[in-house]
Structure formats: C-alpha cells, structure tokens
Design a protein around this ligand. Structure first.
Ligand SMILES: [Zn+2]
Length: 421
C-alpha cells in the first residue's frame, strides 16, 4: 500500500478524539506487546491504551484502522547532526552556500519524520537551533529537535577542523576553549545561544584529521567547569568519547551521556553503571565503516584508516555494556553524507540487533531510553496516557523481523497525522 504525506491542521475548539487500531502494539517500555490493541488520542495527548474489549472507543472518535501493522512510539534519534552536508569533506559546510545548507537540512527534517522519527537530539550543528525554531513555529515539517548548537572542543581537539585557519573554525560555529575558566566561558556562550544541552569532545575521533580516538581531550577540571555550568541551569552534557581514557575522564567530570564509546574497558562500564550515565554507541556506523572499505566516496585517507581501526572494537564494547546493564540509547550519528543519510536512521536499531541485542531492547533504546537520555521521558518515549501522542505504525512486526523499523506506514506527532497509509 502506498503511503501519502498529509499534514492535518491542528484541531480547533474541542479536542479531536482519534482511535488507532492495530494487531500489535509495542508501548516502548519493554513490556510484552498488546495483541489487537487500541490507542485513544485526545487532542495532542494519549488518553488510553489497551486491548480491544478493555478499551472502549468513544462515540465521537475518528477511527484509524491500521490493520495488521505494528503500532509503537515515534522513534527518537539520540545522536545526529542536521548540517545539510552531502559529503565527507569536513570543510563542506564552510565552502557551500549557507542557504543551500539550510535547505538541505530542512529536507532532512522532512525525511526524518517520514522515517518515523518524531524527536531527535542534534549533537552539534550551527544551524540546528534555527531549524528547531522553524519546526516549532510551523514553517517547516520536522521532528521535535533538541539541539546542542555550537559544540565545545579544546584547541586541536575533535571539534576543531585541523587544516583550516583557527578563525574559520570559530566563525563556523565551534567553541574552541582551553583551561577551566575558558571552558566555563564557552559553556556559558552555548547556554546564551539557547542550547538544550552541551556537547563536548573528551577524546580524539575518526572525523578529525590530527588526533586519535585513544587520546584524551579536555582535563577533568575543564570538564567539571562545563558540567557545573550546564547542571546549574538544569541542562545536560553529552560527550563524544571513543577511547577508554576519554570515557573515564568524561564520567569523572560529570557528563550525562557517552557518545560512541568504541573502545570501552571494564572500568568504563563500571563507571557508567555507577554514575547512571547513558551510552549512545552510534552503532550503525559499523556498517558504514565496513561499506566504506569498498566504496569510500570522498573520504580522506586518514578517515578511512581510523574507521578500519574501530570496526573490530565496536561490537565488543556494545556487548560488554549491554550485558552489564548499562542504559543504552539509539542514535546513528548520521549527518547527511552517503552511507549516513537522514531517513535511514533506523539503521541503528537494525545494527544493534544484528550484533546481539534483543529486538525489544533495541526498540526501547530508540524510544524510552532515548527519551530518558535527553531528559524528556515525562513527555514522550512510551505510549502512556498523559504523554504526547507521538505514534507510528510499521508494516510487519519488528520483534520477528527487525528490518520492519524501516517500513513506516503511519506517523503521528503530538496528535497530528503526518503520514498516512
Ligand atoms: Zn556526532
């Protein structure tokens, strides 16, 4: 059946009531699915959920029968970048016309909703805060956006673009900072921009030329200055950390989530458990890294060399954390380039299952856990009465075939239907 994109006008006057019916409902909490279930929506919120027979359909409800499909919460991508780039050249977003960058990013927002993502966390992009504003005011279609805005990096760190003049990096929207006082200033700059959380890098990375994943970046004192400023105003800090030392420093410095964590050791896992830190393994990248060996697109040699180094370690780290019970949230770190195109973000859930996670746990990673990682679990992430009605329906049952997460037939965000079969 062909799906079509429609945008419903917001209901006026009395809240509109809808009843979604489907053969399977996965509520995002990890509980057993509901067979032959109904979700009742009043206005923007979920009012009731349960099996047919137990839940009565109100007489004024508009019934949307999704038949043999699976209903689940709108997916949440806990790590992406809305940058409007289509290339692996780290300077592309500086060279290309800014207008084109924004137009492409707006298209990416549209693709994300169509792919069933009703909320995303942007982990660093100079345009994401404006995209968020455009979506919230109704100018463009897109998911709910939580954005870091300008990321913080030490000089010569992962967020620095090593081959460009320093002034270009700063004007492009990276907050280069060194020493606790300067890090405090940079954190306050990000907060001044309106960042929803602060993104830092505490290790080198794959996409930065002159550093390496195992090298730690920022001292614990620098990290503490940043987390103090964020936590003081009720915001979180997410850290790009690939090598074990960068992971440990980040946790000891007080960050709330570890992004990537490709080279975890047992101490990293113990610290994540002890401090209740979320792990966002950006695991879909293992497939992108593997495929790039055959088809490198315009990736520079140094990137290809570092990608290869990560392939072996990534599944070991994921499984070590998973089996120990670390809270895992899904986010593929896609940014728009080939192999990492927006719209394919459910690749993360598929990759997690392919390398050993149970399908239900991978779904929870992309729903409840991702909401908790962002700190919006009271609003979205599960199909629970009182929460925003972010609901999708899939062709097929993802518990039997995880690839179903890419066959999105229906999308509702905050009670409004965006995609309908
Ligand atoms: Zn990222």
């Amino acid at each position: 059946m062909k799906s079509s994109f429609i945008l419903e006008r917001k209901p006026e006057g009395d809240a509109e009531v809808k009843a979604l019916i489907a053969s399977i409902i996965i509520d995002g909490t990890g509980a057993e699915p509901i067979r032959n279930g109904i979700v009742i929506i009043e206005g923007e919120k979920i009012s009731e959920i349960g099996p047919r027979g137990e839940v009565q359909i109100p007489s004024n409800a508009k019934v949307i029968d999704l038949e043999k499909r699976t209903i689940m919460p709108g997916m949440i991508d806990a790590h992406l970048h809305l940058m409007g780039v289509r290339s692996y050249n780290p300077a592309e977003s500086i060279i290309m016309p800014h207008d084109l960058q924004v137009l492409r990013a707006a298209e990416d927002c549209f693709k994300l909703v169509k792919a069933g993502f009703t909320t995303v966390r942007d982990c660093g992009s100079s345009i994401a805060l404006s995209l968020k504003r455009g979506i919230n005011e109704g100018s463009i279609l897109g998911p709910r956006v939580y954005a870091a805005g300008r990321p913080l990096s030490q000089t010569a760190g992962h967020g620095d673009i090593h081959f460009l003049p320093r002034e270009d990096v700063i004007s492009h929207g990276v907050l280069l900072c060194d020493g606790p006082d300067d890090c405090r200033r940079a954190a306050r700059e990000a907060l001044r921009d309106g960042s929803d959380f602060i993104k830092i890098s505490t290790s080198g990375g794959v996409g930065s030329e002159k550093d390496n994943p195992w090298e730690a970046q920022f001292t614990v004192d620098e990290i503490k200055a940043i987390t103090y400023e964020a936590h003081n105003v009720g915001k979180r800090v997410a850290s790009h950390a690939q090598g074990a030392l960068g992971v440990k420093n980040a946790i000891l410095g007080g960050v709330d989530s570890i992004e990537h964590g490709y080279f975890l050791d047992e101490e990293c896992v113990e610290l994540m458990l002890k401090h209740g830190v979320y792990y966002v393994p950006t695991f879909a990248l293992i497939e992108a890294y593997k495929r790039s060996v055959q088809t490198p697109y315009d990736m520079p040699q140094w990137r290809l060399r570092k990608q290869k180094m990560c392939i072996e370690a990534m599944p070991k780290s994921l499984m070590m954390a998973y089996e120990a019970g670390v809270k895992i949230a899904a986010g593929p770190d896609y940014f728009g380039a080939p192999l990492r195109a927006h719209g394919d973000n459910a690749d993360e859930v598929i990759a997690m299952v392919r390398y050993g996670m149970k399908p239900m746990d991978a779904i929870v990673a992309a729903t409840r856990n991702a909401a908790e990682c962002i700190g919006i679990e009271k609003m979205v992430g599960t199909l629970t009465p009182g929460k925003e009605a972010d609901v999708i329906a899939l062709d097929g049952n993802p518990l039997e075939n995880i690839e179903s997460v890419k066959y999105v037939a229906y999308v509702m965000k905050a009670g409004s239907t965006f995609l309908s079969p």
